[in-house]
Design a protein around this ligand. Sequence first.
Ligand code: GLN
Length: 305
Amino acid sequence: MQGLAEELRRLVAEARTAQDWGAPADYIPELAKVDPEQVGVAVCLADGQEIGAGDADVPFSIQSISKVFSLAAVLGRLGDDLWRRVGREPSGTAFDSIFLLEQEQGRPRNPFINAGALVTTDALLGGREPRQALSEIMYLVRAAAEDDDIHIDKAVAESEKATASRNTSLLYYLKSHDNLRCPPEMVLGTYAHQCAIEMTCHQLARSGRMLAMIPGAPAMISSHRARRINALMMTCGQYDGSGNFAFRVGLPGKSGVGGGILLVAPGRASIAVWSPGLDGYGNSKVGTWLAERIADYTGWSVFAP
Ligand code: GLN
């Protein structure tokens, strides 16, 4: 797809003229050090081609995008039992909000807000050592991307653990409602490490092929499971920005406060965009713009043929 490769280069050049890149997350001090004026994109197409533009080979912290992988791993382990502990509705609240947790007796609305992701990680731990749960996530990510070099940035994990008042509060709140099995510190440490997985746009796009159900990609999850995860990405993947994201981009997407977004065009492509500056919802500002322009150019949308 020569046209798309050229368009990606053109869009990245246009993105680089941005007046307002947004600010990198600063509540995790290690992330605040990242230069916001970076932008990259990679696309894996259904015919096996892979194209990219801009800073597509620069590693970044995937943060909440890891929630997609921990969800896939725990569903593989527990199946539908997870849904007794976590819901599947959009929250309309910030990613780290505690608000609905009180109203809904400690059952998080969905697995992509922090409260739901913490329960997911607790379920994946299932009484095992953090090392075991983390290696399960890493196995899935590496096998899906066909790249054993993907690793965890320990400095980012430590930085998050050291400043995790909000997630610690969520954990104790979950515990008070008997929706946490492992010790809060253990779940926090495991979660901070999964969020600190570092990937480039190329690696992330390759790992997303399992959700786009691209022929020839490693078959890590069933198409039934991919379909359900994609639905959650569409409805909950950008927190209280999910409706607007669906309106603008029209593809399932999962963001992270490292500035990455994984996008899924089912049967067509897996796309990763990255730019570290965030909007008010904690989603990449230039990354969302780029995702919208790619959707406009390709016509890919789950809402139109
Ligand atoms: N590790 C981050 C946190 O829990 C992830 C948040 C995000 O990427 N939205 O705060």
